[in-house]
Design a protein around this ligand. Sequence first.
Ligand code: ADP
Length: 694
Amino acid sequence: MAGVKKSPTKKSFFQAVFEHSLEAIAILDCQGQIVEVNPAACQLFAATKKKLVSKSINNFLMSPLNWEQIQGRGQIKIEQPKGTIKTVEYSQVKDLLPDYNLLVFKEIADFNRQATAELKLHHQRVELFAEVTLKIRQSLQLNEILQTAVTEVQRILQADRVLIYQIFANGTGMPIKEAVLPEVEPILGVEFPEEVFPADYRELYTRGRVRAIADVHAQDAGLAECLIEFMDEWMVKAKLVVPILQSFKSQTKTDGEHLWGLLIAHQCQATRQWTEFEQELMQQLADQIGIALSQAELLENLEGVVAERTAKLRQEISERTKAEAALRHSEEQLRLIANGLPVLIAYVDKQQHYRFNNQAYQTWLGLSPPKLYDCHLLQVHGQAEYQQISQHVATVLRGETVTYERDLVLQDGCMHSLSVTYIPHLQDKETVQGFFALTSDISDRKAVERMKDEFISVVSHELRTPLTSIHSSLKILATGKLGSLSNQGERMLKIADEQTERLVHLVNNVLDLQRIQSGKITMNKQACQARELMLEAVQAMKTLAQEQGIQLSVKPSNLVVWADRDYIMQTLTNLVSNAIKFSPKNSTVVLSAEIKSQQQSNSKHRGISYITFAVKDRGQGIPHDRLETIFERFQQVDSSDSRKKGGTGLGLAICRQIVEGHGGQIWAESCLEQGSTFYFTLPELIQLKSDRHD
Ligand code: ADP
């Protein structure tokens, strides 16, 4: 029946699919032998159906497959008769028919080539970017970094002009770096008019906008008229602009980014479509510049800090060098002085090791200073000598200055008298670090003193006998038993008597002093009531006091001292007689004795209680600078004192010898025109202490 469509059988349907499929299809038996192929398969294997059928498919593959084991999908390489190799993806349908497998092939070579090309391009870009980044980062100098950036961008993009436009704080800006083709006009250093870069543009760029303009004149570019004019002036046809943002740290606000400038590429000879890659490259390089800017700023700060610190260090070093030179100079001077002085100078540390000795050690003792260094006192001086000095060393190491005298045979083989002073070296005014030892040769002085004493002694002795006879004769004459004298004769006799008495007094004083000083006398110490001593002295001075119109008063005391009665009486009477002599009429001289254990500073007597005697007057007083010297021999505040007051200037020197012979001290305190007080201390008789408290 005409016009009746015959429905296709399943077989013819599949046959058509098989024949016309663009995919290559092959039917294999279970050993991999080709049973049937479609035209596409013939094309793939580049062989006729006849050549393929009944052959193992492995004959056409580069590496044979085990068709019994493979499953599903995979890739194979086919070698065509002409040697062309094709990579093919296959899909296997196992047991489509009993003992037959279906294989569908798809050539994937094209797809792979495209993917590889893209991969390669991507690779190239990554490499390019890495290379440019490296070049930028290779320098720490911002100038170099910026110049490299524009040069590299220009090279890669083949743009006519690439520039870095820096934006200043006031919103204006100018190109500061440029890479430009020789035939294109440079724009470096040209300040852009404000209207071509208004504030809203800056705002957009701050937010990261990228401007890729293929044609500056195109409507869709949307450029302002003035900007187009400006572009024309510089022959710009296309441009690509990316922002350079620099991150900043803020103390008050959160950290952020600010628009430092723009990276701009110009195309002048023709319009240009900027690819995504080009835009991306520009943007990434702008980011790198931003990082470099922050680093450069840090570096600049760091360099500033380093420069400042270096300058300070240099100054410090120069100051230190100067100070060290000055110190060396001063040390050298001190060494010269120390070596030039005719005294032994040493510094000994608290472990009693010599730390310094001057040159005199060599000449006096034959001990070389370098050899003495670090040696112990015992090692240097030997056991016997060390024993003599060790008590003084112990004293100075307690923080007290000590002066003592000793005789020693020096390098010249002669005996010398030496005066040694140890001065403590205190740190923080308390801790003793060591001591300075100063030793001077006082042999000459001692010899002179001895001669002088002997001379005085001889003269005084020689004077005393005739003086005593003269004095006695004058006294007899004064009685009138040998006949009366005229008035004038009596006056002359009186003067002669007074002056002889003075002379006797002087000679006696000189001899007294000399005797006490030479240690020839012994103190006959006993318990003495302080009050009794004072009353006795007052009694002895009563007549003198009455003559001068002075009252004498004794403050009650029940203290007992351990002293030589006669010598203390001599001391007290001398002080009272001075007080009377120098007091105005009708004033009172007061004697007192009190216990003042703290007064005694002498270490030898530390811990012993001392009684302080005081003789206080209301006299003319003593100038402050004479309070010490009046205790020396023949010292008077006023040289006319001896004439007016009849003194010898020896009384206080004798008092000092007596008091020190008792282990006490004597001193004076005074206020001019108000009076003076003379103090001396004597050891208290401890045994009687309890009686005193009863
Ligand atoms: P003199 O025999 O001259 O008194 P001293 O040694 O006793 O010798 O005294 C020495 C000097 O000290 C005196 O000449 C006097 O200048 C001064 N002097 C001593 N005691 C007193 C005093 N109480 N008031 C003022 N000056 C004094």
